[in-house]
Structure formats: structure tokens, C-alpha cells
Write a protein that binds this ligand. Structure first.
Ligand SMILES: Cc1cc2nc3c(=O)[nH]c(=O)nc-3n(C[C@H](O)[C@H](O)[C@H](O)COP(=O)(O)O)c2cc1C
Length: 478
């Protein structure tokens, strides 16, 4: 492998780590990672905001099959956005998606990576959550068409990804076995993506990116390195202080007096054991400061993956007004972060920043009528007739129960999909004018981001994050 970066900017969905942030990090020689999560919706919405910088147009012009690019552009592009009107919806992912969905997803991932890769030679990564399974193949293919260098994936066990990358690099028809609740013994449900059924790409091979699995235990790390065929190229070891979804504690989930999951000795990671696996690795989850970078290097890691510090810098996808408010509130000491055990429909703990006017407040949560129209975090389940259905504990409760869900599952659930679109300033507006409320996720380190704000200023750049992180490097490390 070429020289590996010391700092990886973590993938942050939805579009918090967008192409601007990834590109800014890459320009420092480190690894920028775009979030591939929900990019079909992200691109369809961005196009409805009129492409003021012309960047989308440039990326669409670079797409190898112009007919496909044109169909997507024509469907969603609007020269101006009327913020009082609903955004166009886009098809929901399902086991057998339409060609329109495949095209949108491929183009969206191509565009994001192509834009991130401009004007530098550093590696660009794409991050996906294993649990959101159906979009993987089309997303990866789109990203690979744009020359993505690394794929980073956790939130589930990404054991099928390395083989899928091999297959997609040959433009072969590729299967992804879905986790389907209630599947009968021996029954399998595959989502299939055949690149050649979408277009004649005029290619026999595309670059196969390296794969880094994001894991939280020695057992899983060992499995991905020693037993997976083909093995992973490296690991990100992510601790539960990290923003976004966290791995649940081992064993029965127990909550403390603040309703936060209790992590214990069983959740500790033996870093010497990780180093002994012999693959490059990075540490993530409250490692975003100069001392922790030195600690990671001393433990044999190649470096660190940092999310929270980058999430609120000038180049991130967070809506600028919200970002400024959060930075000011942090400086004033008014922000805390909760590891919420029930918010995410996945059942995984999810970090929620307590910010006024967002879903972290009960009053805002209660104002929202349940609706499931993005559907990324739906669970696939086997219906009586043997076909696959989809349900989400955050959808309208009657719908969820009708689909065989348990009422207890619905308690405290938030619509993470719609909420995260608020964070990036592209919330859905309902027909009656109701604006989908925002949900902000951030790691425990949110309360420390003022260390990145230069004296006399109110915001900070990605470049400055890197400068601060590397400001105390021990001599001999480069
Ligand atoms: C706003 C935000 C969104 C995130 N979204 C994702 C995600 O979509 N997928 C993922 O694998 N990790 C996600 N993460 C985790 C980061 O990639 C990274 O591992 C983590 O932030 C590192 O820990 P830190 O938050 O202490 O810097 C997210 C983190 C933040 C702060």
C-alpha cells in the first residue's frame, strides 16, 4: 500500500462529511472520507437547490454515460428552491429496486467522490453503514467509477464487502445477502446488482478500492483479518465515545441513571492484540486531540479517525447557521451529548447532541407526526407469502404493528433519516408547511471543540483541525 495517512476524517452521514470536507482534508495530505449514506436523497435534494456553484454540473458532465446523468439531472434539477414547498421524493430502496433508483444512486456516489478527488493526490474514502444493506452495491459501483481509494464500513459485520469489491471491479453481476428477520432456516434473500444491466460502460475493469472495517472488538477484528475471504486491508477500532451510532455493550444492555448504556470490562479492546494482527489500524472515538494521537501512535496504530472535530468545521455539510450556533453554545458550556439507547430504529445506541429546537427536546419530538418516507433504516422481514417486507419502529405505530412489529419497539424512536437531513439544512417540508425537525449527532468530544477555534475567531477550518491534532507530535513521526 502507498504511504498511509495518519489522520482519517471519519465518514459522517448524512452528508456531514460531504465532498467539500473530504477535499479540504485531502488537501492537507490526510484521508478525506465522504459519507455514502443516503446519497441518492442528498443528490436529489441538492439538485433542487439549484447548483449555485456549478460543481454538480461539472461532476455530471464527467459521468461516463451522459444519457444516465441526463435522466437524473432532468428529474431533480430546479433552478431555485421555494423553501415553503415539499422537496420531490425519490424511490425508496427495496430488494429489487427500479432502474431509476439504481441510476440515481450510482450517479450520486460518482458525483460525491469525483468532487472530493479534485486538486490533490491524497486518498479519498467512502463510508457506508453495513446495516443499510440494499444501497451498498450501486453506491460502491458509483464511487468506484470515480476512482474511490478506500471503503470504510462498520455498523454491522461487513464480511461480504471485500468479495463484492472484487466482483464490482470486474463489472460482474454481484449479490448481497440481506439480513431478513424471520427467514426460514436455509432461506436466503439476495439483492443483485448487475452493472451491465444499467449501461454499457465500455470498461472491463475498474480500480478496486482498499477496504477498512470499522469494528469495536478483538473478536470481530480477528474475524475480519484472519477468516474473511478476501481479508480486509485494515481496521478502524471505534470506541463508544464516537459520534453517530455506537456498537452496543456486550451482553444484556444495561442503562445508567441517565438512560445511557453501561460499557464495562467486556467492551475493552486489547490494542496489543489488534497490533498483532499485522494490518494497518486507526483508533476512533474521542481520539481527536494531540495527546490521543500520540497515544494511538504509541499503541502501534497508524493514526486516528476523527469525526466530531471535523463535523463542525467550516467545510462540513452542517448547515452554517446551525454550526455557528452549536460552536457558540459549546463555548458557552451549554451543550451535552447523550448516548441514546432508543432513538435509532436500528436498536444501536446513537449519540444525540442536546440542542435547543431539535429532536433532543421532548416538545419538538412530540410535535412530529410519524411518517417513513426515506426508509434507509427499515428492517427487512419475511412476509407470510415468502416475500420481503420492510418495517421501521419509527414509522406510524399502526403500520409497524400491522407488519408484525412489537409496540415496545416503538418507544422513544426517532426518525433518524429525516432528522439528519435537517442537520445539513435540507429538511423535508410537509404539504401543511410542517418542517421536519433536526436531529444532531456528535461524539462525546463535542464539548471540547473550542480547542480548534483560533483566538478571536468564531469558527475553524478543517486544515486548522489537522494543525492542532498534529501540533504535539513526538519527534521522529512524520
Ligand atoms: C456527525 C457524525 C456523524 C457520523 N456518522 C457516521 C456514519 O454515517 N458512519 C460511520 O461509520 N460513522 C459515523 N460517525 C463516526 C465517525 O466516522 C468517526 O468514527 C467518529 O466520529 C470518531 O470519533 P469522534 O466523534 O470522537 O471524533 C459519525 C460521527 C459524527 C460526529
Amino acid at each position: 500500500m502507498a504511504k498511509l495517512p495518519m489522520i482519517i476524517q471519519g465518514g459522517m452521514g448524512v452528508a456531514v462529511s460531504n465532498y467539500c470536507l473530504a477535499q479540504a482534508v485531502c488537501k492537507t495530505g490526510n484521508m478525506g472520507v465522504i459519507s455514502g449514506t443516503g446519497l441518492d436523497a442528498v443528490l436529489s435534494r441538492r439538485l433542487q437547490y439549484g447548483d449555485p456553484t456549478g460543481e454538480l454540473r461539472a461532476a455530471f458532465d464527467a459521468f461516463p454515460i451522459q444519457e444516465v446523468a441526463k435522466r437524473v439531472w432532468d428529474k431533480y434539477f430546479r433552478p431555485e428552491r421555494d423553501e415553503t414547498k415539499p422537496l420531490l421524493s425519490k424511490p425508496m430502496p427495496s430488494i429489487k429496486p427500479t432502474n431509476a433508483w439504481f441510476e440515481l444512486t450510482i450517479v450520486a456516489n460518482f458525483v460525491e467522490v469525483w468532487l472530493a478527488k479534485r486538486d490533490h493526490h491524497a486518498p479519498v474514502g467512502i463510508n457506508l453503514l453495513e446495516k443499510i444493506q440494499i444501497p451498498h452495491l450501486a453506491s460502491l459501483f458509483g464511487a468506484m467509477l470515480a476512482g474511490v481509494d478506500f471503503v470504510l464500513m462498520g455498523a454491522g459485520i461487513p464480511r461480504q464487502i471485500p468479495a463484492a469489491l472484487d466482483s464490482l471491479s470486474r463489472l460482474d453481476s454481484t449479490d448481497y445477502r440481506l439480513d431478513v428477520e424471520g427467514a426460514l432456516p436455509g432461506e436466503t434473500f439476495n439483492h443483485t446488482f448487475d452493472p451491465k444491466s444499467i449501461a454499457d460502460w465500455g470498461l472491463t475493469k475498474i480500480k478496486r478500492p482498499k477496504f477498512l472495517a470499522i469494528v469495536s472488538s478483538n473478536v470481530l477484528a480477528t474475524q475480519m483479518v484472519k477468516r474473511n475471504v478476501p481479508p480486509v486491508d485494515g481496521l478502524i477500532i471505534e470506541f463508544p465515545q464516537a459520534g453517530g451510532h455506537n456498537a452496543p455493550p456486550r451482553g444484556q444492555m444495561q442503562l445508567d441513571e441517565n438512560n445511557e448504556p453501561i460499557y464495562g470490562a467486556k467492551d475493552e479492546v486489547d490494542l496489543a492484540g489488534i497490533a498483532a494482527l499485522g494490518v494497518p489500524f486507526w483508533l476512533a472515538g474521542a481520539y481527536g486531540n494531540p495527546e490521543m494521537l500520540n497515544e494511538a501512535l504509541a499503541a502501534g496504530a497508524n493514526g486516528i479517525q476523527v469525526g466530531t472535530a471535523f463535523a463542525f468545521c467550516e467545510e462540513s455539510g452542517v448547515d452554517p447557521a446551525l454550526r455557528d450556533k452549536i460552536v457558540q453554545e459549546v463555548i458557552a458550556g451549554n451543550v451535552t451529548v447523550q448516548t441514546n439507547a432508543t432513538a435509532s430504529p436500528t436498536g444501536f445506541p446513537f449519540k444525540v447532541a442536546r440542542i435547543k429546537g431539535t429532536l433532543s427536546e421532548l416538545s419538538t419530538y412530540k410535535q412530529r407526526n410519524r411518517i417513513c418516507d426515506l426508509g434507509y433504516l427499515r428492517t427487512s422481514y419475511r412476509q407470510e407469502d415468502g416475500t420481503v417486507g420492510y418495517r421501521c419502529p419509527s414509522e406510524p405505530i399502526d403500520d409497524f404493528l400491522r407488519k408484525g412489529g412489537e409496540e415496545s419497539e416503538t418507544v422513544g424512536r426517532m426518525c433518524v433519516c429525516n432528522g439528519l437531513f435537517g442537520t445539513i439544512g435540507m429538511p423535508q417540508v410537509r404539504k401543511d408547511g410542517f418542517v421536519e425537525p433536526t436531529l444532531v449527532t456528535a461524539g462525546d468530544d463535542l464539548v471540547k471543540i473550542q480547542m480548534f477555534v483560533p483566538e478571536g475567531q468564531t469558527s475553524y477550518s478543517a486544515k486548522h483541525v489537522i494543525e492542532v491534532l498534529t501540533s504535539k507530535l513526538k519527534v521522529g513521526v512524520s
